[in-house]
Design a binder for this molecule. Sequence first.
Ligand code: ADP
Ligand code: ZN
Length: 613
Amino acid sequence: MPDMPESLAPLETAGADPQEVLHRVFGHPGFRGRQEEIVRHVMAGGSGLVLMPTGGGKSLCFQVPALCREGLGIVVSPLIALMEDQVAALRQQGIAAAALHSDLPEEAAREVRRDLARGAVKLLYVSPERLVLEGTLSRLAERRIALFAVDEAHCVSQWGHHFRPEYRGLAVLAERFPGVPRLALTATADPRTVEDIRAQLGLAESPVFRGGFDRPNIRITAAPREQERAQLRAFIKAAGDGTGAGIVYCGTRAKTDQTAEWLRADGHDALSFHAGMEATAKREAHRRFARGDAVIMAATIAFGMGIDRPDVRWVAHLDLPRSPESWYQEIGRAGRDGAPARALLLYGAGDISLARHRIAESPATEEQKRIERARLEAMVSIAEAATCRRRILLRCFGEDGLETCGACDVCLTPPRLFDGTIPAQKLLSAVLRTGRRFGVGHVVDVLRGRMTEKVAQFEHDRLPTFGIGRDVSEQSWRGVARQLVAMGALDVAIENHGELVPTEAARPILKGETKVMLREDALTRPAPRERGGRGAEPAMAGEPLFDALRAWRKREAAEQGVPAYVIFQNDTLAAIAERRPQDEDDLAMIAGVGRSKLERYGDAVLRVVREAG
Ligand code: ADP
Ligand code: ZN
């Protein structure tokens, strides 16, 4: 255990009070949300399912009872990088934690097994395939087990987007260890997945703890994709604080590489990540992302589980996500430290149509297609929303009540709606008159009366629609087209050349039977006022003591080969910089400073404070 010096004996926690352990080990003043209730339930021997958004604080729900109950706590985790980082963080806190997975060199695995045999491990992280080996199970059967925690429990469900067949094997835990509490945890709240998890893990009779899904510190913005790079550049400038990390989600593998390259040329420390990469390259990317300062990852959604970094400051999507669930999970990776964070969603009419076509043509059953379609349409309605985006989003998770959040672009700068029936009719009729054979560019040229080669070639200047929309900008016409696509009145023929095709829903619009309310184009709106989300804290970057503390933390992390946040999180450093503790007692009062960290780093931190004057 390289990061656990011999002089520091593991903390004794079995039999202790959860509140006391929360304070002494983790340095937190109190439980959050439903944590306390969940911990009490497990302490009393109960099993259950915990649904909380990413960053909601799931880890403590099993870590605290695992420490306070007698015996070994076992945590099933699907991803090696995630295990390693959590184990490193726990050891920093003085917990005898270890990980067992297929990537561990044989010698290291032997050492873990030896430590296990002599009772020197309190918390064991293990991959599902390792755990369900007969050898492992029978060895565990001889021991006292504090609890089983199944992290990322949606992996058990074929409905979830991360199905892992090995997770199915976990059904044996209920049979083999009937008296041991089982706590499953996930950020996916989709009802079907939830029921699947409960059935698979034998939790049908156990309670479901649903934490609040709102993440008010993440400010949400969505915008039509106009000039992707300029939009991304402006967003990064506004969102990055020069210390935290950022993630750019891209729709394709090729785009992750292009985006990373472009970002590097733009002066950022950027990497790319996608499922097609070698396992070692993936692990290295994870490692660099976890340890770098202001590092940006351009990735497909394959980059997900295993991002434990609490100070991701922003997440941008360059393409429309498949569902509100996946989008929320992805943006939920920002701001887990509770400090202000931002999310940007860029989308276009092409994305929407492409996604619809993919569903229609997929080999899935009609039932599955129906579900996928409903998810996609919910996502489109968030993108094109004229009312609070967070409200629509939270309703997808069964949370109603929020009126306006004050921290999304719609709330900050409400879009104006106008009766767009006439422009909609003009555009639809231009599509029909040109024979449903052209993409949005040509249709807009016809509306604006531009004499292009194509217009001349097809003699479209003779059409009655030619030039009837001169008074409206090209940008705005594209906005009208996109909103008609979002509404389902137009389709984009992706499989051909992206030509616009009116649907059944276009007919009542053309006949004047349906009124079309359009949002004024996002581009013509003034930029949102600068304001942090709820719970905003002053940014400390640039404050000399804060910077000195960060520099110290960086050296310390590099020396130990662990991510910086494992030493102290940013909010802890910010609190130290603000309060300037003079002695260990002052320091111990700061949230995030538990006993083990006090012993390890107290002197060094106090020295940095003194030296900064
Ligand atoms: P999840 O696993 O649900 O994504 P984590 O368990 O990683 O979330 O917790 C997210 C962040 O919230 C972490 O930085 C953690 O230190 C912090 N946190 C969790 N519970 C508390 C608490 N009771 N008090 C203070 N900070 C907390
Ligand atoms: Zn809002």
